[in-house]
Design a protein around this ligand. Structure first.
Ligand code: NAP
Length: 465
């Protein structure tokens, strides 16, 4: 239907019954206008106003949890158990970001000089455009980390909802809008639009009244919006968190190869591997290669496949595997089921990998490359080839490998020892981001209290005597 968005349930191979209206350009313009009014009024700068909103919002979300779960599962094919984990993470983000936003309003201690004093504090950046990814409809979605972080920093927000979970997005937006109405707060604090193409999102990021952007999603989408944000007459900060290969380096002193490979196999296949931190490359010393391959194959053969989030992610996965198959054998595991992502593996040497360009970017889904290497010093070439990563993991580490560990840090947002990269904690010391191409600005995190700094700017006030 033209002008309508319909979502799809991959688990049952059926379209969902309800369709959603595409927003008009006039609607977008009105929402930006209201957001600008809120920003200029400074009402949302008040942490007490924000606290009452977030407290009320949390109660409303808990109250409507069952309905939200039904839409979430229907649109994403994720399980109820996964919903519950993501739901509690969403509530946790609201609580900690609200608290952090209230702290950030405090000025730094004043500095006094003979003729003046200087005070520095942080101000909200202004109206923020948010684009969420489809693989975390709650944690990185309409009321996910970017939206809540920007709101908690005192910025009004306009979300371009993900069309492939349009119902979840619209339901969350409705709860936020009702919360504002119930508290008598202006509608411009939170706006939401839906589109079945890129037009609205592109107009949103190009609008001169929008003063910042946050994106979670693919490299292509992130870079396209990043370029638009930079080409404006008034360029704005645009924080894009994108895909990553998340290399895992197994060293010859790995504590327990079998246990570690089993953990890796689960991280690759859980929820059809649809995580930005999925281990996409596993490097193994050549003498352990066959054993590691055997363990991975055993695990991949034993676990049932999982439906993918939506047909478009499934089609992207299948077409990436076909692209790779033009160069080498791709081993797939399990029986084909409509819209299920079969786990898949390629095995090759590091030297071969370096010459195979299609393997140098994320394959989003339950796929990994198992690479053999001769000696750890060879691995520097891997990082030079693939560039910045959200995570780099080492399994087994000894003083001899310290130089490689140090070298790898130039390419990583988070370094992990003897663990898998999936499972991003919402904590103060978390850094979720990394050098390009994993994000557009390695200095900022999109998860944890520090993520609020993306939406704040410093101002100094100087008083002369
Ligand atoms: P996506 O296709 O890039 O979509 C994200 C959002 O951006 C959607 O609202 C999409 O709208 C919009 N968009 C994409 N291309 C656009 C363009 N050229 N112009 C305007 N808007 C555009 O991402 P996804 O497939 O939903 O999510 C999966 C990806 O997200 C994976 O690569 C994963 O690694 C990454 N991810 C990263 C993180 C992180 O923290 N780094 C976390 C989770 C996921 P349309 O749907 O209308 O295209």
């Amino acid at each position: 239907l033209k002008g309508k968005i319909t979502t799809f349930h991959c688990r049952s191979n059926t379209p969902n019954p309800i369709s959603y209206e595409v927003s008009s350009l006039e609607d977008l313009d009105r929402k930006i206008c209201l957001a600008q009014e809120v920003y200029e009024s400074k009402l949302w700068d008040n942490p007490l106003v924000r606290r009452s909103f977030f407290e009320h919002l949390t109660l409303q979300l808990i109250d409507r949890q069952a309905d939200l779960m039904a839409i979430y599962c229907r649109e994403s094919s994720l399980t109820e158990e996964r919903f519950l984990r993501e739901f509690s993470r969403m509530l946790h983000q609201i609580k900690v970001y609200e608290r952090e936003g209230a702290l950030r309003i405090e000025p730094l201690a004043a500095q006094s000089f003979n003729d003046r004093t200087l005070i520095k504090r942080l101000l909200p950046l202004g109206p923020i455009a948010v684009f969420g990814a489809s693989n975390f409809p709650l944690a990185y979605g309409t009321l996910g980390g970017d939206t809540i972080g920007a709101l908690a920093s005192g910025c009004p927000v306009i979300v371009k909802g993900h069309p492939l979970h349009a119902g979840t997005s619209a339901f969350l937006a409705e709860i936020a809008e009702e919360t504002l109405k119930c508290l008598g707060l202006p509608r411009g604090i939170f706006g939401h639009v839906l589109d079945d193409g890129f037009e609205l999102g592109q107009k949103l990021i190009q609008d001169p009244r929008i003063l910042g952007g946050a994106f979670t999603g693919s490299l292509v989408g992130g870079m396209s919006l990043f370029q638009l944000a930079n080409q404006r007459k008034n360029p704005i900060p645009f924080f894009a968190e994108m895909g990553s290969l998340n290399p895992v380096i197994i060293l010859d002193n790995v504590p327990n190869l079998e246990e570690q490979v089993n953990c890796l196999a689960s991280a690759i296949t859980e929820d059809a591997g649809q995580f930005c931190t999925k281990p996409g490359i596993i490097l193994v010393p050549k003498e352990m290669f066959l054993k590691a391959q055997e363990l991975l194959v055993q695990h991949f053969t034993a676990i049932p496949s999982h439906p993918m989030l939506h047909p478009s992610i499934y089609e992207r996965y299948v077409s990436r595997l076909k692209e790779i198959e033009q160069h080498l054998t791709v081993n797939r595991f399990g029986e084909p089921i409509p819209w299920h992502g079969l786990s898949a593996l390629v095995s090759l040497s590091l030297a071969e990998f370096l010459n195979l360009e299609p393997l140098h970017h994320e394959v989003f889904g339950p796929f990994t490359c198992l690479l053999s290497y001769e000696e750890p010093s060879q691995l520097k070439d891997l990082f030079r080839c693939i560039g910045g990563q959200l995570t780099v993991s080492f399994m087994g580490l000894n003083p001899e490998n310290e130089p490689l560990w140090e070298f790898a840090q130039q390419y990583a947002g988070r370094m992990i020892v003897n663990g898998v990269p999936t499972g991003v904690l919402v904590e103060r010391n978390m850094h979720h981001g990394g050098p390009f191409p994993s994000s557009t600005d390695a200095r900022f995190s999109s998860v944890g209290e520090a993520s609020l700094f993306r939406f704040l700017r410093p101002i100094s006030v100087q008083k002369n005597y």
